[in-house]
Design a protein around this ligand. Structure first.
Ligand code: NAD
Ligand code: MG
Length: 396
């Protein structure tokens, strides 16, 4: 089998580290071509020592210089680059077979789009790409013959439960509904009155998954599930009314597909991202991922509840943005990134996140999504509006 060259966007994050763990188990299959991170020099250097990539990328020149010196001292041939241009180039280079898109937030949009335009195999964890620019991104995937494999556990589960030719249309395949499962996060049963005072530490303590801080907060507001509804819409060309969110606190069923004949096909497993990562890396083959086998006797029971759109206002906002179309989801995503960062910095109370998201979405009219420039302009404007609201309202 040919050794696959992998560009890993976001190698030092939660998904990045899990991806390297799967790759470490299969050195005969995968080789790190480029490891890209934001600012964690020491962590990236340790990864370079182990995986010896051709390239390593950091956000700015000063950090890249530090990494260059470390690599030189260690006798590593890794070439160090910096900035978004380097990410774009290394996602699209001819030597690259697959790109793991695992940067968090809007920062991953341009390099991931570049990978799609270069016709790569794109392993997509960075859901914000589809939320911001679903129309453009899917168009690029289809036009340039890229292979898109969802890494988000729910979408990976849905992908596994759908027939391989689902792109000819869900209805033609006999699909009635997509059942998108959600754990409900750490605040599913916390009394509403207490939500006003929850801290970033409480919000990041997810009951089932260990993840980066932004997605952890998104899980606590259920904005994450909202982003995933939009993600599922684009990935599977699913009308919003076909996507049913199902709260399932155990996170054992990662999602399911209901068919016209009454069959429901689900994918189950322990909540460990190495399963969908390994699936996407090896597709259509199956490889070992280091994941504990699922012990159904230990699981014992599985519970299901309808989502609470009052407690989790952000989930409703995602359906609203999807219905509005164009750049509405990009506006919502940008407001949410600003609000979550402010919450993590203790400049905004937890309930302020939904307030800022809703107010920003209401303040800005959505425009058409014709080009990347449209998306980036909507993103920038929404960030400004959201930041100003947080400043002016003197939250906290
Ligand atoms: P994380 O915060 O742990 O890691 C983010 C990575 O992106 C880091 O390597 C960081 O260095 C890099 N990064 C951030 N900004 C950057 C920039 N401007 N330029 C270059 N690199 C940058 O996040 P995570 O939890 O690994 O999540 C990554 C993505 O995967 C998110 O979009 C998230 O929604 C999605 N996802 C994560 C999980 C999970 O279990 N962690 C599950 C499903 C989907
Ligand atoms: Mg998910």
């Amino acid at each position: 089998m040919k050794l696959q060259n992998i560009t890993l966007l976001g190698s030092t994050g939660s998904i990045g580290v899990s991806t390297l763990d799967v790759m470490r188990r299969h050195p005969d299959r995968y080789r790190a071509f480029a490891l890209c991170a934001h600012s964690q020099v020491d962590k990236l250097f340790a990864q370079c020592l182990e995986f010896r990539p051709r390239f390593a990328v950091l956000r700015d020149a000063h950090l890249a210089q530090q990494l260059t010196e470390h690599c030189r001292a260690a006798g590593l041939a890794t070439e160090v680059r910096h900035g978004v241009e380097a990410l774009i180039e290394l996602a699209a280079r001819p030597e690259v077979d697959a790109v793991m898109a695992a940067i968090v937030g809007a920062a991953g949009l341009e390099p991931t789009l570049a990978a799609a335009r270069a016709g790569k195999r794109v392993l997509l964890a960075n859901k914000e790409v589809l939320v911001m620019a679903g129309e453009l991104f899917m168009h690029a995937v289809h036009t340039h013959g890229a292979t898109l494999l969802p890494v988000d556990s729910e979408h990976n589960a849905i992908f596994q439960a759908l027939p391989t030719d689902f792109s000819r249309g869900l209805e033609d395949c006999g699909v009635r509904r997509i059942l998108l499962t959600a754990s409900g996060g750490p605040f599913r049963t916390v009394p509403l009155a207490e939500l006003a005072n929850v801290t970033p530490e409480q919000a990041c303590a997810h009951p089932n998954w260990v993840m980066g801080r932004k997605i952890s907060v998104d899980s606590a507001t259920m904005m994450n599930k909202g982003l995933e509804v939009i993600e599922a819409h684009w990935l599977f060309a699913a009308p919003p009314a076909m996507i049913q969110v199902v709260v399932h606190p155990q996170s054992v069923i990662h999602s399911a597909v209901e068919y016209a004949d009454g069959s429901v096909l689900a994918q189950l497993g322990n909540p460990d991202m190495r399963t969908p990562i390994a699936y996407a890396l090896a597709y259509p083959e199956r490889i070992a991922a280091g994941v504990e086998p699922l012990d159904l006797f230990k699981v014992g029971r599985l519970d299901f509840h309808p989502p609470d759109f009052v407690r989790f206002r952000c989930l409703q906002l995602a359906y609203d943005a999807l219905a509005e179309g164009g750049t509405a989801a990009a506006i919502l995503n940008a407001a949410n990134e600003v609000a979550v960062a402010a919450f993590l910095d203790r400049e905004l109370p937890f309930l302020g996140i939904a307030e800022i998201n809703e107010a920003t979405l209401a303040a800005l009219p959505a425009g058409p999504q014709r080009s990347l420039a449209d998306v980036l302009a909507a993103d920038a404007e929404a960030r400004q509006v959201a930041s100003r609201m947080i400043r002016d309202r003197h939250f906290s």
